[in-house]
Design a protein around this ligand. Structure first.
Ligand SMILES: NC(=O)c1ccc[n+]([C@@H]2O[C@H](COP(=O)([O-])OP(=O)(O)OC[C@H]3O[C@@H](n4cnc5c(N)ncnc54)[C@H](OP(=O)(O)O)[C@@H]3O)[C@@H](O)[C@H]2O)c1
Length: 241
């Protein structure tokens, strides 16, 4: 297996590039413990490491849209989306927008307009449906673009189509298990980047996916695997054609 530390930043970026950026592509990124925990004490922080942060940054650098569920914003104390100076310079040279756009999915819209995420470099997008609370929608429209897609449920496929129509084909889901469950159910996941943390977290935490059971099972193929000196493993799985 290739070792993460043997790769230069450019080689690591190349390892996570898609073949054709004009094709819509949704990549989900997760870190999990060896025994499948998606969080420790309600956050993913205790699962991450220096090597995980390096890979996470590279994956983020390649995105047009970073998609998250409102739960991850609330639970993680998610930071405003603003890339480092070097990442912005790399993106500009590559012909991309300086920063990706943050898009948050929510039904209940229990997000405060003063949440720091609304200070992201690019005005964020909120994706909701027509039955979400109109007063919260109006309040959030002051600090974000509100996309109403779907009647009583968010139409995630319509969201992906809307992003693609704006030239934002590369979607990175940094959302939590409920968002991955909904994206899987809508058959929108092209890729899963999974970091395996060398930890036994014990019982309690959920898996990387959640929500109502689905009959959908999708075969994925291993595109690449990297091993890091801190015993983390980084897998990149793509949907079988
Ligand atoms: N290990 C990792 O890599 C990783 C990554 C991300 C998060 N996490 C962990 O995951 C936990 C949070 O899990 P979560 O499942 O709550 O996260 P989530 O999926 O990001 O957020 C769930 C919330 O997002 C909104 N949402 C998601 N899918 C939706 C859909 N299809 N339609 C409408 N709204 C939708 C809903 O918000 P409303 O309630 O506002 O309607 C829902 O309550 C935290 O402990 C976090 O630390 C771990």
């Amino acid at each position: 297996m290739r070792r993460l530390e043997d790769l230069s930043d450019d080689e690591l970026i190349a390892a996570y590039q898609v073949a054709d950026r004009s094709e819509p592509h949704l990549r989900a990124n997760f870190v999990s413990s060896l025994d499948g925990a998606v969080e420790i004490d309600g956050k993913s922080k205790a699962l991450t490491s220096e090597s995980d942060s390096r890979v996470f940054s590279v994956i983020r650098r390649l995105a047009d849209v970073v998609l998250v569920g409102a739960g991850t914003i609330r639970d993680e104390g998610y930071n405003p989306l603003r890339l480092s100076k070097s990442a912005r310079a790399w993106r500009t040279a590559a012909g991309l927008a300086e920063n990706p756009t943050l898009a948050m999915v929510s039904s209940r819209l229990e997000l405060s307009p003063v949440n720091p995420v609304f200070q992201s470099a690019v005005r964020p997008i909120i994706v909701t449906h027509a039955a979400s609370p109109p007063d919260r929608r109006a309040a959030l429209a002051e600090v974000a673009e509100v996309l109403v897609l779907g009647e009583a449920e968010v139409d995630l496929r319509a969201a992906a189509d809307e992003f693609a129509a704006r030239g934002m084909t590369q979607i990175l889901s940094e959302g939590g298990p409920h968002l991955l469950g909904a994206l899987t159910d809508a058959d929108l996941v092209h890729e899963l980047c999974l970091a395996l943390a060398p930890l036994l977290a014990g019982p309690g935490a959920g898996r990387i996916t959640a929500g109502l059971p689905t009959t959908l099972t999708r075969r994925m193929r291993l595109e690449s695997a990297l091993a890091a000196g801190d015993d983390y493993l980084f897998f990149r799985y793509l949907r079988e054609a």
